[in-house]
Design a protein around this ligand. Structure first.
Ligand SMILES: Nc1ncnc2c1ncn2[C@@H]1O[C@H](COP(=O)(O)OP(=O)(O)OP(=O)(O)O)[C@@H](O)[C@H]1O
Ligand SMILES: [Mg+2]
Length: 452
């Protein structure tokens, strides 16, 4: 590896990352080369000391070394997560990526263009056309509708009303807020407001999205939903996403790769599995200590859509037809609010049909105890062993939000050193939806759950 502009101090294992001199490869959306940021009175002197291996603490009297010698390339279409404890330098780093902060040293290249070499006007243009940011607190304008909030960045750019509204409308559709265009932010839940924040970034149609703790203010279930939606959107639109979080679970779930920061330095960059199975140093090891994969990964990270769900108000004919079409021997039964009521089995449905019963209500059996989206995989083995049907995943209110087929659970356990044909990030692998969202693996898994 070529020596970076600042040599990492002894004892810090440097991330295997790109040389600082070579131009970025064409598939690199964002290149960060030896970037440091020192706040305070004597940044130059602090930089000299840091270059000699001083730590943030060592240079405290000279200023705050918020980011020290960060180098990484983010590939187009990648979700790159920056994770670290509070104060580790995450926000400072991301703010240098859209020019909100100027590095004390080092370079940031967006699409090959060096931010430092752009004047204020070019920088503004670049920010508008290439990089959008989604903040933790949604920064919505309270007296404007959802539509106008989403269109706001385009309005600032001087895009005409009709065009910006059309783009905003498309973005709102994408984030699942269709129908809420004319509402005011005060009429929305937190999750919906963050969707507007996301729609606003999508309306600007930039290649790169920066997200700083964007989901941290949301309650856990909405947060998972947003994570799923982000992965789906990313796959559909091919955006490059740099996502900041201090939540290990979120990092592991979202990140194609994860950079772990400590006291201003990036101490490791790798996939979730690499970081879990091969931590670069004691700090990272401690960070992920005691978490084996089955504890890091949760039901929500591997759950899939259930193959068949029938309404409790439905008839046995509807139930048996649905099971026949999906080729499964049993189906989950939910009420109007999608609250899980149990399961109905094929033979019961056929018997009820013969007996002329009008509703499946009388033949619903208890499902094996459902698990919550936060349940670690380690705790799903027991319920999964009780039945060959998938394990139901329900939220706080008992609503069915997904199922974990046994095969998915087993797949997620494949140790990283065994050859895998697919991507190596377990969460991603299991949640990848097929284009119509109705994953054939659901079918196979449920199908295999033949005998009760
Ligand atoms: N404008 C500033 N002036 C002086 N110091 C700053 C400034 N911004 C950040 N810092 C300091 O730089 C360090 C890194 O801060 P930063 O906000 O980047 O951390 P973070 O990882 O985003 O933390 P959090 O998880 O709490 O958001 C902290 O010590 C912080 O106090
Ligand atoms: Mg921060």
């Amino acid at each position: 590896m070529t020596a970076p502009s600042i040599t990492p101090p002894a004892g810090t294992s440097a991330p295997a990352e790109p040389s600082t001199s070579a131009p970025p490869a064409p598939d690199v959306a964002v290149a960060v080369r030896g970037v440091s940021k020192v706040f305070g009175r004597r940044p130059a002197e602090a930089m000299r000391r840091l270059a000699q291996g001083a730590s943030r603490d060592d240079v405290k009297a000279l200023g705050t070394a918020a980011v020290i010698d960060a180098s990484f390339d983010v590939r187009r279409g990648e979700i790159f997560v920056v994770m670290g404890l509070s104060g580790s330098g995450k926000s400072t780093l991301i703010r240098m990526l859209n020019g909100l902060l100027k590095p004390t040293s080092g370079q940031v290249l967006i699409g090959g263009e060096n931010l430092a070499a752009t004047d204020a006007k070019q920088l503004r243009a670049l920010r508008r056309s290439s990089v959008s940011m989604v903040f933790q607190h949604f920064a919505l304008l309270p007296h404007r509708t959802v539509l106008d909030n989403a269109a706001y960045p385009l309005e600032i750019q001087g895009v005409g009303k009709a065009e910006r509204r059309e783009k905003a409308r498309t973005a709102i559709e994408l984030t699942g807020l269709g129908g809420w265009e004319d509402s005011l932010p005060s009429q929305l839940s937190g999750g919906m407001r963050q969707r507007v924040g996301l729609a606003r970034a999508l309306a600007a149609d930039t290649d790169v999205l920066l997200m700083d703790e964007a989901f941290s203010a949301l309650d856990p279930l909405i947060r998972r939903e947003m994570q799923e939606q982000l992965i789906e959107l990313q796959q559909r639109l091919g955006k490059t996403i740099i996502f900041i979080t201090h939540d290990l679970n979120e990092a592991m779930h979202l990140g194609d790769r994860i950079a772990v920061m400590r006291d201003g330095r990036i101490v490791q960059i790798g996939t979730a599995e690499q970081i879990l199975s091969d931590p670069a140093n004691d700090y990272v090891a401690q960070f992920v200590a005691d978490v084996d994969r089955t504890r890091v990964l949760t039901a929500s990270s591997v759950m899939v859509r259930p193959a068949v769900v029938v309404p409790v108000t439905g008839g046995p004919r509807q139930a048996s037809r649905a099971m026949r079409e999906a080729q499964v021997p049993a189906a989950f039964v939910v009420d109007r609010q999608r609250v899980l009521r149990g399961v109905v089995h094929d033979d019961d449905a056929v018997a009820a049909l013969k007996a002329g019963q009008e509703s499946v209500e009388g033949i619903v059996r208890d499902a094996v105890t459902p698990v919550s989206p936060d349940t670690p995989l380690a705790e799903i083995f027991a319920p999964a062993a009780e039945s060959s049907l998938p394990v139901a995943v329900t939220d706080d209110t008992g609503r069915l939000v997904g199922v974990v087929p046994r095969v998915t659970l087993l797949e997620a356990m494949v140790p990283p050193d065994q050859p895998q044909t697919d991507e190596s990030v377990p969460g991603r692998q299991a949640t990848d939806p097929t284009p119509d969202g109705d994953a054939p693996t659901d079918r196979v898994a449920a199908d295999e759950g033949g005998a009760r």
